[in-house]
Design a protein around this ligand. Structure first.
Ligand code: NAD
Length: 365
């Protein structure tokens, strides 16, 4: 019997090869007439072309950075206000999606983005429509109410329904140009979402189902997508696996590996997926219990030890950093303190206080 739960998923998802070519039609369905695109440098030239060819596109901010800074949001908001936009389309990895989501939420407010970032005002009641178009198979941001934004060295996760996209267009063709290393980083982020959604203290039955399927699909396809980025079957499976990963943590939220990823990104500049993967195999071993063993058997693994070894092997294949000694001079006291203080740490099924974290990181020296 399932325990009591509340499940909601409000995003209209358009999935499949070639779906992005229907953007104009989808915008019409949504009633979007004046759209600003927020994207990173890899997509900016294409976005500029779209501005010429699609009537509904009125502006492009093409300067989203990795671990996006608030300044990119400020520029997007300025553009939205100038062009009287009704919609923001985020096209790219999680960084572009989160920039679009934050900009759409605050454009119609009186305040500046920094004031909302600092929590000085509640988010405005009226906001722009958000359309999310992921081009990496990783964050699942297209189906979450989360925006992760950095200001200086601080990286903040803001969880609010105002960030929920109206529509997500998940077209695997867009991910075919992701370089191998980013394919591995983002794929392991998606795996972390599924595992952490599953073992989160707030896990629930519908999310669990998607988590198990996401783990199965990602373990079955990430290596191929990494080794042969032009393999569209593997790319499509990864796009679907990452989408399911996003859906599986959207309500339960993530746990210790994401909590640790924040200090690892802020202080040691690891890309988000690599930062999550850094502790993921350790946490599989730490969190192993009968539920996790059930997941492992359901995806065709012998046990959680095999899962931990598969994650370690993927990290090695992708050339990801796996030891503290590869991060430069590490302040272990600060690292453990900051990881322990992160709110997501409270979702971990096993209590990870500073001394438990120290034991985990000591083994990764
Ligand atoms: P990213 O968006 O930072 O992109 C990584 C790199 O890949 C960038 O240089 C980008 O330009 C490039 N890139 C993206 N798509 C490409 C393509 N198709 N071809 C070639 N290059 C491409 O990376 P990400 O891992 O997708 O997103 C990470 C960000 O998302 C972090 O800030 C993380 O905290 C956040 N995040 C948000 C959520 C959420 O629910 N909102 C969930 C997880 C992570």
């Amino acid at each position: 019997m399932a325990n009591e739960f509340v499940y909601a998923q409000p995003v209209k998802i358009y999935f499949g090869e070639g779906k992005f070519a229907r953007l104009g039609e989808i915008l019409s369905e949504l009633g979007s007439k004046r759209c600003v695109i927020a994207c990173g440098r890899h997509f900016a030239p294409e976005a500029e072309k779209m501005k010429e060819s699609l009537d509904q596109i009125v502006g492009v901010f093409g300067g989203v950075e990795q671990n996006p800074q608030l300044r990119g949001i400020e520029e997007t908001v300025r553009l939205c206000r100038e062009t009287k936009a009704d919609t923001v389309i985020g096209i790219g990895g999680g960084s572009s999606l989160d920039t679009a989501k934050f900009a759409a939420a605050v454009t119609l407010g009186e305040g500046e983005p920094l004031e909302y970032y600092r929590g000085e005002h509640p988010f405005p009641e009226k906001r722009l429509t958000i359309v999310a178009v992921p081009t990496t198979a990783g964050t699942g941001s297209e189906v979450t109410q989360v925006s992760v934004v950095s200001h200086g060295t601080e990286k903040k996760t803001i969880n609010n329904p105002v960030f929920m996209p109206r529509a997500a267009i998940v077209d695997p063709v867009l991910s075919s140009t992701v370089p191998p290393r980013t394919t591995m980083n983002t794929g392991l982020d998606a795996l972390a979402h599924a595992l952490e959604g599953y073992w989160s203290r707030n896990h629930q039955p519908i999310s669990d189902l998607m988590a198990v399927e996401a783990v199965r699909i990602i373990l079955g396809n990430l290596e191929t997508a990494y080794q042969d980025g032009s393999n569209m079957e593997a790319r499509a499976n990864m796009a679907y696996g990452a989408l399911l990963g996003g859906l599986s943590f959207a309500l339960p939220k993530t746990a210790a590996s994401h909590a640790c990823s924040y200090p690892l990104s802020e202080d040691y500049h690891l890309p988000h997926g690599e930062a999550c993967a850094f502790t993921l195999d350790s946490l599989v071993r730490i969190n192993a219990d009968e539920r996790l063993e059930q997941l492992c058997r359901a995806v065709g693994l012998k046990d959680s030890e095999e899962l931990a070894q598969r994650i370690a092997a993927l990290k090695k294949l992708g050339g990801l950093r796996t030891r503290l000694s590869e991060l430069g001079e590490v302040d272990l006291d600060k690292l453990c303190r900051d990881c322990a203080a992160h709110p997501l740490m409270n979702n971990n099924p096993v209590r990870m206080d500073e001394s438990a974290l120290r034991r985990m990181f000591e083994a990764l020296r």
